[in-house]
Design a protein around this ligand. Structure first.
Ligand code: XMP
Length: 516
């Protein structure tokens, strides 16, 4: 049985995926659809509720995303948030104006009751981010919350099940945001809360079995979270009908290839094919120093090896990949990237086309409906080790973008050792959970040093650790001096060919997280 559905209608706001995640955290399945999804399509999906998101525009801009007035005749319970709130008022005959000053940040609002605010104190703090506001309500609506600068911070028409809030309940700074969303979903729309991860595993396994029958499935395993969890689910569904192909280009972290192989062959029933091809990559990268060219070569070689292996195995049955929901969403900003069409292979930042001569019966994306945190929850429930499920991001080109200049086997070895020491110290220091990503870099610079009575002329290691919400911007982490001291000591003492350590104190921007 399909889950009850809530639709998040995307008007281009920055928190749209967050709204969808919050809805799911309330136990309600939801999907994000573009604002211009035809009304017949919305109707055909039979959503029990719709949420209009925020957006950067003003309803009076000619180019603003709008919604047909007829939408409101469909009778679907709807909650408008920020721009979505203004749009609801404007479309139904109310008035929107610009404030003399924008309201931004944590703001106190008071409410006068109503279903949305049940169990929410009369006064509470919410997150506001707007310049326009609703100054006159459409007929039949009444305002039920206000702030010092915003006379109508929420309004409703319970008879038509239409509700709106000027603030952002999805943001954690809104003290009772979750309650407000919960009230809308359960008390206004009448959802039962049938989106539960345990059920997800059982129903997906059953669906996969039905879809696949006795055919075979090939999955490209990178060792990252998404492909690992997809492998876990498929293994549970079809066991040995699944073959995972793991291309080890020799640019992984220390012992990582062995860890991935060991984990999957030990934990799961499946065929595991590992292709060790470091030498092939090194040959292709010989003498290459330009960062973009290096990336290109690594990407191209990876797919050459991968497709060749698939040709060798035979493209028999289905092709599976670890695409997750955010990869498939078409955004209301008109960004068409990443919608889940068949025969498109997701590799980190890249979408790669399957070669024409490889023909599978179809593509399977068992995680195509999940957000990253849901993927992790499924991974934990499937018994995939914590270490893998909570893995920090690792770039597709691997250590290739952390060795500046030409990549050689010796430099890979030095960097792997240095990175392992750094990670070990961070792990022991107890600050690991505060860091979003941390790693060592080999800048390919040699400096003079002294060891015992001898002069040395050896490699410099740079260490990088960042804190960030979304990797679009990042700050360098304030690692305590004593941890840095231990790391520096150990790197110089334990890693051969390292005689100096520097800490990268560049934020993003102007730096990027990776060095290349
Ligand atoms: P930058 O260096 O762009 O990195 O600030 C932001 C985040 O993206 C990761 N990164 C990559 N991930 N393939 C990936 O899957 C890549 O080519 C790639 N380049 C950078 C980086 O590790 C950081 O988490």
């Amino acid at each position: 049985m399909a889950n009850q559905l809530c639709i998040v209608l995307d008007f281009g706001g920055q928190y749209n995926q967050l709204i969808a995640r919050r809805v799911r955290e309330c136990g309600v399945y939801c999907e994000i659809k573009r604002f211009d999804t035809p009304l017949e399509d919305i109707k055909a999906l039979s959503p029990m509720g719709v949420i209009f998101t925020g957006g950067p525009n003003s309803v009076y801009d000619e180019t603003s995303p709008h919604i047909a007035k007829e939408y409101f005749d469909l009778g679907i319970p709807t909650l408008g948030i920020c721009y979505g709130c203004q749009l609801m008022a404007y479309t139904l005959g109310g008035t929107v104006e610009s404030c003399t000053r924008s309201e931004y940040g944590k703001i106190e609002v008071s409410h006068s009751g109503g279903t949305l605010f049940s169990n929410v104190p009369d006064k509470s703090v919410v997150w506001m981010s707007h310049t326009d506001f609703v100054s006159k309500l459409p007929d039949g609506f009444k305002g039920n919350a206000s702030s010092a600068d915003c006379p109508i911070a929420a309004f409703e028409c319970p008879e038509r099940k239409l509700y709106a809030v000027q603030f952002h309940p999805e943001v954690t700074h809104s003290q009772f945001g979750k309650e407000i969303l919960h009230n809308f979903l359960y008390d206004v729309c009448g959802f039962k809360g049938d989106w539960v991860m345990d059920d997800f595993i059982d129903t997906t396994v059953a669906k996969l079995r039905e879809q696949i029958g006795d055919k075979k499935v090939i999955l490209g395993l990178s060792g990252g979270v998404d492909s690992s969890v997809a492998a876990g689910l498929l293994s549970r569904a079809i066991g040995k009908q699944l073959t995972c192909v793991f291309v080890d280009q020799g640019l992984m972290r220390k012992d990582e290839g062995d860890f991935v192989e060991e984990t999957f062959t030990r934990l799961f029933d499946m065929n595991f094919v590992r292709v060790n091809c470091q030498q092939k990559f090194l040959a292709a990268l010989k003498g290459v120093t330009d960062p973009e060219q290096k990336r290109k070569i690594i990407g191209t070689e990876f797919y050459n090896v991968f497709w060749d292996k698939i040709r060798e195995q035979g493209a028999d049955g289905f092709f599976a990949q670890g695409t997750i929901y955010p990869d498939r969403i078409e955004s209301g900003k008109g960004n068409q990237a990443g919608h889940g069409s068949t025969a498109v292979i997701k590799t980190h930042h890249n979408m790669v086309k399957m070669p024409d001569d490889i023909k599978f019966d179809g593509v399977i994306e068992p995680l195509g409906d999940l957000f990253k945190d849901e993927v992790r929850a499924v991974g934990e429930k499937l018994g995939i080790p914590h270490e893998l499920v909570w893995r920090q991001p690792f770039p597709g080109p691997g250590l290739g973008v952390r060795i500046i200049g030409e990549i050689t086997e010796e430099k890979i070895k030095i960097l792997q050792e240095a990175d392992a020491v750094f990670r070990d110290e961070i792990h022991k220091s107890g600050i690991e959970s505060e860091l979003k990503q941390f790693f060592a870099v080999l800048p390919d610079v040699k400096t003079v040093g002294v060891m015992g009575d001898h002069r040395t002329y050896d490699h410099l290691i740079a260490i990088r650790a960042v804190t960030t919400d979304d990797f679009m911007t990042a700050d360098w982490a304030r690692i305590p001096y004593d941890v840095l001291a231990k790391v520096s000591n150990r790197l110089c003492n334990e890693v051969e060919h390292v005689n100096r350590v520097v800490y990268d104190i560049t934020s993003k921007p102007p730096g990027t997280v990776e060095w290349e």
